[in-house]
Design a protein around this ligand. Structure first.
Ligand SMILES: [Zn+2]
Length: 273
């Protein structure tokens, strides 16, 4: 297997995996979406809320605020040494919010005060509620680690998808550079240069085959297929974790699943799970 990074930023990771197969790449995708833990607000105690928004709606909205996650310092509640449903300082971070409006004010995620400066909302600019003069909001929120399969708020990614690597062939004997494929392609994959159609941006191809349909030649001058063992993987983090960390955690989880499966096959009892 061979991996080539195409793009890497604080939140995005785009790479090509060669010599892999769809079940493996799909397993990675599903583990990232449903099993890599990240932090989110789970329980909210509303002490005072005289705003227009109902407590439940506000709690739901708070739950969806992405929170910067520290996987090294915190445990999943169910795996924590405290064995308590209330949590301890190894599995819970408390946030508080206390605002009173003197003027019409929008309360943003940045107003949440955390007991741990590293565990805060990813963005301070997420609107939570609008307060009219005199309205008050006071609450305590518990942040904990969880997994996407329990609730989507614990999904560390906004986008996690892959596609097969496109393969486009233009037959120079049939193609007269009429430009129909250039015009129809929504991703600007083709260009005409020096009386010839060229593939300029192969990776952008979504395999829609509109270019093949648009080609007036018979047989078609353009052929679009895909490599079933090469994938373009696209991952966009919510900001809770760096994208490469998300991938590393997914690989660790896949490793553990495989090891557990082999142990079960061998009939051994696993004391830890
Ligand atoms: Zn604990």
């Amino acid at each position: 297997m061979n991996v080539e990074i195409l793009e890497k930023t604080d939140t995005n990771l785009r790479f090509v995996i060669r010599d892999a197969d769809a079940p493996f790449v799909n397993a990675l995708r599903r583990i990232i979406i449903s099993e890599v833990p990240c932090m989110a607000i789970d329980e909210v105690v509303i002490l005072e809320n005289s705003s227009m928004i109902q407590d439940e709606v506000l709690a739901h909205r708070l739950g969806l605020v992405p929170i910067k996650t520290d996987l090294n310092a915190y445990n999943l509640r169910e795996e924590c040494v405290c064995k308590s449903k209330f949590g301890c300082n190894l599995c819970r971070v408390a946030l508080t919010l206390d605002v009173e409006a003197t003027d019409t004010t929008t309360v943003y995620s940045g107003s949440l005060v955390s007991e741990n400066a590293a565990i805060v909302p990813v963005s301070a600019n997420i609107p939570l509620v609008k307060l009219a003069p005199g309205q008050k909001l006071k609450l305590e929120a518990d942040v904990r680690l969880g997994r996407g399969k329990e609730h989507a708020k614990w999904q560390p990614v906004a986008v996690c998808a892959y596609k097969n690597m496109p393969q486009i062939k233009i037959n120079p004997k049939l193609c007269d550079a009429c430009g129909e494929c250039v015009k129809v392609c929504p991703k600007a994959v083709f260009a005409v240069a020096e009386g010839k159609v060229e593939v300029r941006n192969l990776l952008a191809c979504t395999l829609c085959l509109d270019c093949v349909d648009a080609c007036p030649k018979n047989p078609k001058a353009v052929e679009v297929t895909w490599d079933k063992n090469t994938f373009i993987f696209n991952l966009e983090s919510t900001g809770a974790l760096p994208p490469e960390r998300i991938l590393q955690e997914a690989v660790k989880i896949l490793d553990k699943k495989t090891a557990d499966f082999l142990k079960e096959l061998a009939g051994e009892k696993d004391e830890t799970s």
